[in-house]
Write a protein that binds this ligand. Structure first.
Ligand SMILES: N[C@H]1[C@H](O)[C@@H](Sc2ccccc2)[C@@H]2OC[C@H]1O2
Length: 329
């Protein structure tokens, strides 16, 4: 069957949380199309790390089974990480259910996870080749569910400061304008990766980024693009500066921010709303604001995170490895 759950933004749209039922216990988790482990805060974790979180208790689940000798250890792009043991349990996301899903029980988590008490773990939705479980790699929830879904798709409908949704096995055409533009994904990296070789700032000319590649990553808050895009964009914003202290580009909060259009696989120019690129104030007075568009390394893999998802409804097709996009309704 299909499954649909709410995707509720934390304050400032830092991340989006969705309810997941594991062995009958419902826990709010961060759905991450940029990784492939499902790990959860749990009662095996040190009490200090458990504090403030919803902690899965494998002992009170009648369907949990330890996966003897299995462990995981994951490091994320932002330097955070988690590690621990592994079991299997019944995982239900809005009705879409997998009876033998690998559930990773963290026994160690980095401080950024401990401090974020609204998030109690991640649901990895990238390709299973990135799963970190050893000695035998396990599948993601989507990989396990795909055969039972009416269509082999999940969709992300993330909104600025409003509740959106993740849906498995159905594409709700009331949630986007027009029709989806589909692009082939190169799954070799294990990410939902596509070419992105052109961009335009506001009503300006289309510019080239030869060889540009990007991934669609719901677990990344911002939009990390090639320096050539970032420089071209902020050259159009009065008062924009690269603020080393703050760690990225800032500008006056009153600035008028242009839209940014980026090429998706040569088939579609996805427009990212300028308003969403005004991400958050860095000072109490709300005078200086931090950009939702920041620079990665030149020629590196670009990461189109929540800043893009707030403008675009995205469908992930695991049947033919493609991504569909259209502006939100
Ligand atoms: N795919 C992303 C992942 O979901 C997050 S993990 C995370 C870390 C701290 C707080 C919340 C989430 C991390 O940032 C970018 C990349 O790695």
């Amino acid at each position: 069957g299909t499954g649909v759950v709410t995707a509720t933004p934390e304050q400032g749209d830092v991340e989006y949380l969705s309810p997941v039922t594991i062995g009958g216990q419902t826990i709010n988790m961060d759905f991450d199309s940029g990784s492939s482990d499902l790990w959860v805060f749990n009662t095996e974790l040190a009490a200090g790390s458990q504090a403030g979180h919803s902690n899965f208790n494998p002992e009170t689940s009648t369907t949990f089974q330890l996966l003897q000798g299995a462990s995981f250890e994951i490091s994320y792009g932002d330097g955070s990480g988690a590690a621990g043991n592994v079991g299997t349990d019944t995982v239900n996301i809005g009705g879409a259910t997998v009876t033998n899903q690998a559930v990773e029980l963290a026994t160690a988590v980095s401080s950024s996870f401990v401090q974020d008490t609204q998030s109690n773990g991640l649901v990895g939705l990238a390709f299973s080749k990135l799963n970190t479980i050893k000695p035998v790699q396990q599948k993601t929830f989507f990989d396990n569910a795909i055969a039972t879904l009416p269509i082999p798709v999940f969709t992300a409908d993330l909104r600025h400061a409003a509740v959106g949704a993740y849906e498995f096995g159905n594409i709700d055409s009331t949630k986007f304008n027009g029709s989806l533009s589909w692009t082939d994904v190169n799954a070799t990296s294990g990410f939902w990766q596509f070419s992105s070789q052109q961009f335009a700032v506001g009503t300006g000319p289309t510019m080239n980024l030869a060889g540009g590649q990007a991934i669609a990553d719901t677990g990344t808050t911002l939009m990390i693009a090639d320096p050539s895009i970032v420089n071209a964009y902020y050259s159009q914003v009065q008062g924009a500066v690269n603020n080393e202290t703050v760690g990225g580009v800032t500008f006056p909060c009153a600035a008028q921010l242009p839209d940014l259009a980026v090429d998706i696989g040569g088939n579609y120019m996805a427009t990212v709303r300028g308003d969403d690129i005004n991400f958050s104030p860095v000072d109490a007075a709300g005078t200086t604001c931090f950009g939702g568009l920041q620079a990665g390394t030149a020629g590196g893999l670009q990461i189109y995170g929540d800043i893009m998802f707030k403008s675009q409804f995205v469908a992930f097709n695991g049947g033919n490895n493609s991504i569909g996009m259209a502006p939100h309704q």
